[in-house]
Design a protein around this ligand. Structure first.
Ligand code: C5P
Length: 283
């Protein structure tokens, strides 16, 4: 068993597309989404200790509403851990459509698994922590279906770089789903293997064959997201600009690291008040 501390990364989750295909009787929506991860994110560190305590630091810690830190503590409790010191280094904006609290909860489970040797909670308990926790626990590119619980690995993706842009306006997921009017949309088609040969062909396929059905309701919750979409989509060499999850973070896809970093720099200059990072996407 490892000695403490044990640290786990909580990378940003990116929904390359997100189709809403139905709604269950309990109000939860059926989703069909291609998900991968960026190389930026939060970090959870756990050590042995008496009682459960959480310390939150990092550039985005100040904005943290109880929701996300509760998820870290709830993840620990779901594992039956009553004694541990938990530290969360927060770099992802809160309520931003890229995992955030779910990524933190999944990282907490992984870290406590290593620290304590306890087993992970049941699939039902993991899902109950949040619909995005199973995918964040998988931590590999997957097709996510059901309410977030059905995961199947994707074929190897092409080398793609991204710029993530968030206008620093929290967009609460329940509000976005509540504003959704079209709930029965077609599923995500299977990825044609030939489109996986390059970032450009994959992005072109994503643009024409897939969508994010949460864009219209997210725009009603946070109209500023239209500016984010325009800023990214008009950036030089951006292959595709789209919102992730329930927003408001948008991603732009680029062929090379240089193109993504140049785009990130230009956008940061134009909007120093926005959260803007560039990163490779997990393949
Ligand atoms: O599971 P999580 O707490 O992340 O979900 C937040 C809210 O998003 C839920 O209360 C629900 O309103 C909505 N949601 C949904 N269908 C999903 C996932 C989330 O309607 N598959």
């Amino acid at each position: 068993m490892p000695t403490d501390p044990v640290a786990e990364a909580a990378p940003a989750k990116i929904n390359l597309c997100l189709h809403v295909t139905g709604r269950r009787a309990d109000g939860y929506h059926l989703l069909d989404s291609l998900v991968t991860f960026a190389g930026v994110g939060d970090r959870v560190t756990v050590t042995h200790g008496k009682g459960l305590a959480l310390d939150v630091t990092g550039p985005e810690a100040a904005l943290l509403v109880p929701e996300a830190d509760n998820l870290v503590l709830r993840a620990a409790r779901a594992m039956g851990v009553a004694d541990a010191q938990l530290a969360l280094w927060k770099t992802l904006p809160v309520a931003s459509g890229i995992g955030g609290g779910s990524a933190d909860a999944a990282a907490t489970l992984r870290a406590l698994l290593r620290l304590t040797g306890r087993s992970l909670p049941s699939a039902e308990k993991v899902l109950a922590l949040g619909a995005d926790v199973p995918v964040c626990l998988a931590l590999q590119p997957v097709r996510m279906q059901g309410v977030g619980d059905l995961l199947s690995p994707l074929p190897r993706l092409p080398d793609i770089w991204c710029v993530l842009v968030n206008p620093r306006v929290p967009v609460p997921t329940p509000q976005v789903f509540a504003a959704l009017t079209t709930r029965q949309n077609p599923p995500v088609p299977d990825i044609p293997p030939e489109t996986l040969q390059s970032a450009a062909s994959f992005a072109a396929w994503l643009a024409t064959a897939t969508r994010n059905d949460l864009v219209p309701p997210a725009l009603t919750v946070a109209p500023i997201l239209a500016q984010v979409q325009t800023a990214l989509s008009t950036t030089d060499r951006c292959l595709l600009a789209r919102m992730s999850g329930s927003g408001g973070t948008h991603f732009g896809l680029f062929t090379t690291q240089a193109a993504a970093e140049a785009a990130g720099q230009r956008l940061r200059k134009a909007r120093p008040d926005w959260w803007i990072v560039s990163s490779a996407l997990q393949r």
